[in-house]
Structure formats: structure tokens, C-alpha cells
Design a protein around this ligand. Structure first.
Ligand SMILES: [Zn+2]
Length: 200
């Protein structure tokens, strides 16, 4: 088998395309995680309200590809058995007396986020909201740089490896049948370069 020379231009293009496609896949997976939601049950935990220094209830959800933390205005005495736990570092705090729900989505790494909160002056949602026949849908628009990069790299690596593997298998199959590795032209009985594409 003849090794093809390493072509920097070709590989730059290939990797660039794979990264763009990987980013699209990562974005799509994140939105898919929102649309599919999660079966994970919200777990109540206690936290101390920052402004009033009062114990309040929060709910955390840890599902596959979907994590959420909701800081409620409920007093913790309402669910006394809820364990006292530190809040996730990414949880957005509400204004005094308000509520905030932060959602992180993406797989295998959380790559996008949105937050919905009530505050004086109305509700705030930093994602993209639209209505469908089945009701309103909110999708995240904010990227989590580390998780988005890692998921994009992984998706790109899988795509490049798959394409390379398929190409290698095709060249091997053509060679075993006595055909040109590059274009598939039947080379049986011929010597030298391929008359169809010129490959050596
Ligand atoms: Zn050929």
C-alpha cells in the first residue's frame, strides 16, 4: 500500500470543517437535551437566602445532559427534611424575594445554559422563547466556553476518525479487487499509473 503524502492544506480544511460540524452537533445536542428534558426528580435542598439570611428551599435536578437549580422563595420550614447543602456554583441568584432557575444542558459536557428569573420589573429569560402548538418553548443561547469546546472537539474527533476509517476501508477494498485506490478504476492487467485519474 502506498502512503499518501501528508497534505497540510487538505488536513487544515478537513479539521476546520470537522470543528464547524462539531460545533453544530454540540449546539443541536444541547437543544435536544432541553426538548427531551429529563426524568430526574427535583431534589429539595436548603440554602441561606443571601439578602435576608433566612433558610430557603432550592430544588436541584441532576439528569443526563440536563442539570437545573431553582432557587425558590419558599421557606425551608416548609420541607424540614431537606438537607442543607451548598448550591451549585453556577446557580444564578434571584433578586430579593424573587426566584431564579438556571438550567445547564449538553452532553457529554454541559455546553449551554439559560436562566429564568422573576424580579421587580417582570420576568427575565435569557434564552430564545417561542410558542408552539404544544406550548411555549425556551432554548438556551448562552455558551459555556469550556464544556462547549470539549464537546465540539470530541464530536470533531469522532467525525474525522470515522471519515478516515471509512476512507481507509474503501482504499483497502479497492486494492484487494485490483482497482485504483483513488478512483476505483479497474487496473487489472495494467502497469504504472491509473489511466483514469493518474494516481501512481
Ligand atoms: Zn484512478
Amino acid at each position: 500500500m502506498q502512503l499518501r503524502p501528508f497534505n497540510i492544506k487538505r488536513w487544515t480544511l478537513k479539521i476546520g470543517l470537522a470543528l464547524v460540524a462539531g460545533a453544530v452537533v454540540t449546539w443541536g445536542v444541547a437543544w435536544g437535551c432541553v426538548l427531551l428534558g429529563t426524568d430526574a426528580e427535583p431534589e429539595p435542598i436548603k440554602y441561606t437566602n443571601r439578602d435576608e439570611r433566612k433558610p430557603r428551599l432550592a430544588f436541584v435536578i441532576a439528569g443526563r445532559g440536563y442539570e437545573a437549580c431553582s432557587l425558590t422563595g419558599f421557606e425551608a420550614s416548609y420541607l424540614p427534611e431537606a438537607p442543607e447543602q451548598p448550591l451549585p456554583a453556577w446557580a444564578v441568584w434571584p433578586e430579593e424575594g424573587g426566584e431564579a432557575m438556571t438550567v445547564l444542558v449538553g452532553w457529554p459536557w454541559r455546553s449551554m445554559t439559560f436562566c429564568a428569573q422573576t424580579r421587580t420589573g417582570g420576568a427575565i429569560f435569557d434564552g430564545w422563547k417561542f410558542s408552539t402548538a404544544r406550548g411555549p418553548v425556551g432554548l438556551p443561547l448562552r455558551v459555556l466556553p469550556l464544556g462547549f469546546s470539549l464537546s465540539t472537539l470530541l464530536a470533531a474527533a469522532v467525525m474525522v476518525a470515522t471519515a478516515e476509517g471509512l476512507g481507509l476501508a474503501r482504499r483497502r477494498r479497492r486494492r484487494s479487487k485490483g482497482r485504483c485506490e483513488r478512483c476505483g478504476y479497474d487496473l487489472r492487467g495494467l502497469v504504472g499509473a491509473c489511466p483514469e485519474c493518474g494516481a501512481a
